[in-house]
Design a binder for this molecule. Structure first.
Ligand code: NAP
Length: 308
């Protein structure tokens, strides 16, 4: 029984150690030492290039090594091979930290104080209570719901928007395109935690920004193509939006000449909001693999037709 890891090289050793200790019966291989590819039944990888998948005739399951599967070429994977996304506490904790940090930095005007310091200006701003702000999260999945849960401890008003209606204590829930406008109308900070699909590509656009309260801020931790860059720049320059915190861009890395690098009200990080942590992800992936071996249903299999 062979499993091949073909992903982030620096973290491969931690994956291999875990499998050696907890699943010695499995032949865990790390790319490029893949041995005979005919024997590989399970693949842990970020991308699935068609020419590589074609060399794995016995592949049974594709495990995405990261959250999201928009990078995966579904057509390269035979229909009988389930595509499993990564859901693990390390990714969730990282995302909760990043979004909480972003919301609190915006709420407490930290970016204004960075600018004030550069001007050597002692300029105290009002300190409004958290209860005077409304935070909206697009996508109430494993990440969005954990973010909402954590933000609730600060006393913000919370809203969530999802494809299907998802009730959460202390969160005003909205669903589907029909309720998007009502959702947006109250959001002082909008957080995008949607998967990238044909339905969500370009969703952060001029029309959406026009429905937010004037001066709202955007945090995009979904994917770069959710955002229409020119529309964001226009919204920031017209004052419709106050700031944007972007962890994801299109393309990545962002080219040196892109206006986001120098825009004073865009804060950029290089797609680091959260990462798969081998220590917490390996036990979950192994548990899922064992279920498959026992003939039980796998968890976190994506729906190819929905794209997530
Ligand atoms: P998830 O559990 O699959 O949740 C996705 C949520 O989005 C679901 O609740 C889904 O609604 C909702 N949704 C999907 N399409 C929608 C639409 N058209 N309109 C409204 N709601 C829609 O995914 P997740 O684990 O929370 O991850 C979300 C995304 O975060 C990933 O796909 C990835 O792009 C991004 N991410 C970024 C980083 C980073 O470092 N920046 C790290 C990890 C993940 P239903 O409940 O109705 O299905």
């Amino acid at each position: 029984m062979s499993i091949l890891y073909r992903s982030d090289a620096p973290r491969a050793a931690a994956w291999a150690r875990y499998f050696a200790e907890h699943a010695p019966d499995l032949d865990f291989r790390v790319w490029p030492d893949a041995g005979n590819l005919d024997e590989v039944e399970y693949l842990i990888a970020w991308q699935a290039p068609a020419e590589f998948i074609a060399k794995l005739p016995r592949l049974k399951v594709f495990f995405s090594s990261g959250a999201g599967v928009d990078h995966v070429d579904f057509s390269a994977l035979p229909k009988h091979v389930p595509i499993v996304r990564m859901v693990e506490p390390g990714i969730i904790d990282g995302m909760v930290e990043y979004v909480t940090l972003s919301v609190l930095a915006l709420h407490r005007d930290f970016f204004d104080y960075v600018e004030a310091k550069a001007r050597r200006t002692w300029d105290p701003l009002e300190v409004p209570p958290a209860s005077s702000r409304t935070i909206g999260v697009m996508g109430m999945g494993s990440l969005g719901s954990a973010v909402l849960q954590r933000l609730s401890s600060y006393g913000f008003n919370l809203r969530g928007w999802n494809r299907s209606l998802r009730e959460m204590d202390g969160v005003e829930s909205f669903a589907g395109p029909d309720q998007l406008q009502s959702f947006l109308e109250g959001c002082d900070v909008l957080i995008c935690l949607l998967p990238l699909t044909p339905a969500t590509k370009g969703i952060l656009n001029r029309e959406l920004f026009s429905l937010l309260p004037a001066g709202a801020a955007l945090v995009n931790v979904g994917r770069g193509p959710h955002l229409v860059d020119e529309d964001l720049l226009e919204a920031l320059d017209s004052g419709r939006l106050s700031r944007a915190i972007l962890d994801v861009t299109e393309p990545e890395p962002l080219p040196a000449e892109h206006p986001f690098w120098v825009h004073p009200r865009v804060f950029l990080t290089p797609h680091v909001a959260s990462m798969t942590q081998p220590e917490s992800a390996a036990p979950i992936l192994l548990g899922n693999l064992r279920r498959h071996q026992r003939g039980e249903p796998l968890s976190n299999v994506i729906d190819r037709s929905r794209g997530y």
